[in-house]
Every structure is written in C-alpha cells, then in structure tokens.
Design a binder for this molecule. Structure first.
Ligand code: PLP
Length: 425
C-alpha cells in the first residue's frame, strides 16, 4: 500500500500533521525493537502450539461442566497445557479465581500457617494485598491468623542480596514473595535474570523456603518464565497477559505439585482440591486466550515502545525508554503536570473501542490515599491486557499505561492521547 493512503486515513480520522509526522519518525526509529519483539512472540508461539499438539487438544475439550464439575476433561487438559507452557509440574487455571488478587490470596492462605513468616523481597507488595496481608488492618487478613509479614526493600532497582541472606540466616521464613511488575511504584520491574540471581543467593542459605512469584504483566514478555529459573510457584491474572484478551475472567497458579495441591484445597475444600470446580463454558476462552497471548503480549509491548519514544521526544520522562529491555508490559510516563496526566488518560479513553465518549475524571478510589484517574475502554471490565491507563493524582503525575490487543489499535489510542496533550497546551 502506498504510504499516502495511510496518511489520508490518519487525516480522515482527525489526526493533526504534527501527530502524523511524529508517528512516522518514531515508527522508523523503533523498527529494530519491533523486530526483537516479533522474534520473542514467534518463540512463545512455538511453545504454545507444541503444548496444544502434545496434549491432543480437540473439540471435545471445549466441553462444559456444571455443579461439582467432576471429571471435567477440558478443564483438566487446559491445566496440562498451561503447565507445559509455564514448565510447571502442575497448574490451576480457573474461572473461580475472581482476579489476580484473589489467586494471590488463595495461594498465600494455602501455603502459610499460624506462626509462619511471609517475606517480601521487592518492598511493599501490590496495593490490593494490603488488607490480605494485614499491612492495613482487616479481621480476615493473614495477620489476624497469626501470620507475620516482613519486607526488604529493593536497593538501586535490584535485590538487597546482603540483607536477604542475613535475614534467612537469622529466621525461618516460610514463603518469600517476589513481585516482578512495579505496580503503582516508581521502581523498575524485575527481569528474569535478576530472579535467577536472587534465587541462587536464597538457595545458598535456605533450601526449603517457598519462593512465590507475582508474575502479573510479565508472562511472554521474554522467552523464559520464573519456574525455569528455580521459583516454586507463580501466580497471574487471566485478564492480563495469558488470557490474551479472550478470557473473560480467571487466574492461574502454577508450580510444584505439592504446593498446587495446597492451593487447590484452599480454593475449593480440603479433600476436594482440583477434582471439583465446574468450567461453566469458559474452557474454550482460556485455551483460545492462551493461543492468542504471545501475539497480544507482543502488541502490548509494541504499543508501549511506541508510546515511550513518542513521549520522550515530546520532552517527558519515560520508564522504560523505548530501547531498554522490558520485564513487563507497563509503560510509565511522568508528566510532572496534573493537567497533562488527566488529558493523556482522557485521550486514551477517546481512542478506545468501548465507552470512547465517556470522559474519565479523577476520583477517590477505596484504599488509595490520593485520587486516581483511570482510562479503560475495554470489552472486559478491568481488563488491562486491553489498552488502559491510570494514574494517581500526585507528583510526579505518573501515568501507568499498559495493554493493546493489537499494535494498530494500541498505536491509534496512543496517537489520540498525544493529540490530546499537544492540542491543549
Ligand atoms: C494486576 C496486579 C495484581 C492484581 O491483579 P487483579 O487481577 O487486578 O486483582 C497483583 N499484582 C500485580 C503486580 C499486578 O499487576
């Protein structure tokens, strides 16, 4: 296709010369990065296809069960497919997990007992875990059951290896939690090489401590997953990376069989575990979502890289930079300006396929000290593998942007948001 045809398309959609010009320049600059992302997607597609074929996925696996869900062959085989892709001994892939937070909660309650200590080595965990752990008081928290929590902060964006080793020498820790993605903090996300290194250091001191990874936003960003470098159990949401934009809800927990069994007995009931849990027609979406996931994650990454370079060129402080190695699909942009943050989020909403005419405003979200603005024009409520962007209204006025089911739509959303900040000087 002639380049002019596309330019006309952009103009007819309403983009200014300036935005179109910036897009052209940036797309040229990011070409080598896009090529690398394509190769990772190709590699991960091989893993997925192989797992489908070796588990003989067929029409009969798209079955549905109701009630107790005994003998659900589709559910059980789907878990085998996920386990193979994630290099896990066993896996739970369930719609009965309401969210990533719920899967993390069930995992923690499954693994920990009164008197045990949970240690986070990536600083304070994700905000929604505050009441689960008992950092914020709640009568149903781990703390209320006599489970202690300690944290070791990161040091210069890496693990504090010395303090971790000291702590393990002095105390018996039951579970170590590592959160890879940055959440709402300004730190960098944790790469797989760092995970490998810290696990080696942990194992020098303690062979038994359970290493649990909050893997949200990180699946398929690279070619290796944490179980391959020695983690014991990993958790992630299916309305993020591995759901491929198709799964309507749910989460997965994968890892050592013995641990998955403990989690399963907490999810359902002791004695019932994995054997129950009706799939209620969701299995095909899980399988198709996993099938799409390598490509969808690559589209999200490309969208993030495109946004990173565009906003850097417009003078904003971005993390990661377009050519930096990524550990997750999240792109942050420091606007250092409240209005610009709001305009950017509103622009992302305008560029969405659903609710493009609503205008998000900052609001007082439960559990947050500052107001938060959220742009989400998604097919699935709360899905953040779809293009979405949010930011707490406090300096440095940072937008946390992620997702994009296709690069083409992701790019259009970012262009719309850019147009919204440069138009309204
Ligand atoms: C999204 C996320 C969670 C929680 O997942 P929900 O599905 O939103 O409950 C936990 N940890 C991290 C790092 C996340 O990004």
């Amino acid at each position: 296709m002639k380049d002019e045809i596309l330019q006309t398309g952009y103009k007819e959609y309403g983009f200014s010369e300036k935005t179109i010009e910036l897009t052209k320049e940036v797309e040229k600059e990011i070409e080598p990065i896009i090529e690398e992302i394509n190769q990772i997607a190709q590699y991960n597609s091989i893993k997925v296809l192989k797992a489908f074929q070796e588990n003989n996925i067929s029409d009969m696996h798209f079955n549905s069960t109701t009630g107790y869900g005994y003998g659900d062959i589709g559910r059980d085989t789907t878990e085998k497919v996920f386990a193979q892709v994630l290099k896990a001994e066993d896996c739970l892939v369930r719609g009965q997990f309401i969210s990533g937070t719920h899967a993390l909660t069930v995992t923690l309650f499954g693994l920990l007992r009164p008197g045990d200590i949970l240690l986070s080595i990536t600083g304070k965990p994700y905000d929604t875990l505050d009441e689960v752990i008992g950092i914020v008081n709640n009568p149903s928290s781990l703390k209320s059951f006599g489970i202690e929590f300690e944290q070791i902060d990161l040091k210069d964006n890496d693990f504090d290896y010395e303090t971790i080793q000291e702590t393990l020498k002095n105390k018996k820790i039951k579970v170590i939690e590592i959160q890879r993605s940055k959440g709402y903090s300004t730190r960098k996300s944790i790469g797989i090489e760092q995970i490998e290194q810290v696990i080696e250091k942990i194992r020098q001191i303690d062979k038994d401590v359970i290493i649990m990874i909050d893997n949200c936003y990180c699946e398929f960003v690279g070619t290796k997953e944490p179980l391959e470098v020695g983690a014991d159990i990993i958790v992630g949401s299916l309305i993020k990376n591995l759901g491929g934009g198709i799964a309507p809800n749910g989460a997965y927990v994968a890892g050592k069989s013995k641990l998955i069994n403990l989690v399963a007995e907490r999810l359902t009931a002791p004695g019932e575990g994995k054997e129950v849990g009706p799939s209620l027609g969701i299995t095909k979406s899980f399988l198709q979502g996993l099938f799409m996931a390598p490509n969808v994650v690559s589209s999200s990454l490309k969208t993030a890289v495109f946004a990173s370079r565009c906003l850097e060129k417009l003078g904003f402080d971005v993390e990661p930079k377009y050519n930096e190695k990524r550990a997750d699909i999240v792109q942050t942009i420091n606007f250092n300006n409240k209005e610009k943050l709001i305009q950017y989020c509103q622009g992302i909403q305008m560029g969405s396929p659903v609710d493009s005419n609503s205008i998000p405003e900052p609001w007082d979200m439960p559990g947050y000290t500052d107001q938060v603005i959220m742009a989400a024009g998604a097919f699935t409520q709360g899905s953040s593998i779809e293009l979405s962007c949010d930011g707490p209204i406090r300096p440095p006025y940072t937008a946390f942007m992620q997702g994009g089911l296709t690069y083409e739509y992701g790019k259009l959303g970012v262009m719309k948001a850019i147009e919204n900040i440069i138009e309204k000087k």
